[in-house]
Ligand binder design. Structure first.
Ligand SMILES: [Zn+2]
Length: 245
């Protein structure tokens, strides 16, 4: 991507050629008409770079932003720039889009975070929104990529055990489902999902609902799974995991 740097106020921002605004969206062509840039440079400035523009310029973050953008166009959804970047940066912790593993992970992130809900405004006109996405991202901090990995691996396990597709189970509340997933240790995840499946419960929203988790914790046959002192149970689980993998 070719960018020019413009000095606006005291900060240098990056401006991709052909765009209507800086990468960070802080300076637009409209703003420039009212108040021109102090300087323009093709070279990256050595100081006073906008930290947000710099984050967006990181190649892996940028590559994920392009992929997310294509998806947003397809579902006609809109994201605030900081949310867009936040998701791209989290995906970058897994790898670049050129890696199959990262693309697989992306499909779960897309289904978990980027499936818009259709709502109606007060005039009855439908619009697309990503409810709860900011709270969901707070549960998946950039500094701790293991949280995102746990959620992705759990969603994958849920699909394989239940035979359902996350892209079709759309009626879940994002932060609530993610918070519940994070409460279940991954070593227990398979047992938890299988237990519910055998009881006839497979829907994503129901499986990863705090009430369901509470109920399972107190049921006799699964209590052991959440009792960390039960050594026999852990041995047994480890064996089962070996058989499965
Ligand atoms: Zn900027």
């Amino acid at each position: 991507m070719k960018v020019n740097w413009i000095l606006y106020g005291r900060v240098w921002h990056a401006w991709a050629r052909g765009d209507e605004q800086t990468l960070c969206h802080k300076v637009t062509s409209e703003k420039l008409q009212r108040k021109p840039a102090k300087a323009i440079s093709e070279e990256a400035p050595t100081k006073s770079q906008c930290s947000f523009c710099r984050r967006i310029l990181l190649p892996t973050t940028r590559a994920w932003m392009v992929i997310i953008n294509r998806h947003l166009e397809r579902v006609r959804g809109r994201l605030a720039i900081d949310t867009h970047v936040a998701i791209a940066e989290r995906l970058a912790t897994i790898g670049p889009p050129a890696e199959q593993r990262a693309i697989n992970a992306y499909s779960y992130v897309r289904d978990l975070l980027l499936t818009p809900q259709v709502r109606s405004n007060k005039h009855g006109k439908p619009y697309h929104t990503f409810t709860g996405i900011a709270d969901a991202l707070k549960l998946l901090p950039l500094e701790d990529p293991s949280k995102l990995q746990h959620v992705i691996a759990s969603a994958d396990l849920w699909q394989r055990i239940t035979g359902r597709a996350l892209s079709r189970d759309k009626r879940f509340q994002r932060p609530r489902a993610i918070e519940t997933m994070l409460e279940i240790p991954f070593t227990d995840m398979g047992a938890y999902i299988r237990y519910l499946r055998d009881a006839g419960l497979t829907n994503f929203a129901a499986v990863f609902h705090p009430n369901t988790l509470e109920r399972v914790k107190h049921s006799g046959s699964m209590r052991a799974a959440f009792d960390k002192d039960n050594a026999d149970y852990w041995e047994e689980t480890k064996e089962q995991l070996n058989v499965i993998s």
